[in-house]
Design a protein around this ligand. Sequence first.
Ligand SMILES: [Zn+2]
Length: 133
Amino acid sequence: MLLGGLAACLFVVTAWLVSLYWRIGYASLEIEFQLHAGVVCFLYLPGGDILHEGGWSMTHSESSLAKHWWIKTLDYNPSSMWMIPLWLFIVPFLLATLVAWRSKPVRLNGCIRCNYDLTGNESGICPECGGKI
Ligand SMILES: [Zn+2]
């Protein structure tokens, strides 16, 4: 969980860096997806666009540092576009990683204060922290 979360964060950061220099896109007849300038961009073209080239594409395209830091939607009737900044994808992974990192496995017979193993303890006092059981 911890490593997976870190790997996911690293992946998104890498994608963000790549997107500053490259425009990576995938297009089908009605839907286009693009990664560029720190933003993931979804384009929906109902009915399709015959000028559209389908499939994967990757073109060198340097961008000034990401101008879009928040979600933006554009509506060109009948098509529409959603722009989602990549940093938003890091947030859930980062939170999950932090939670996994902070939480320690809890012992079944552990002290409620310090988690010291109290199996067989008959004194009623934790030898580790001195707390009452
Ligand atoms: Zn204790």
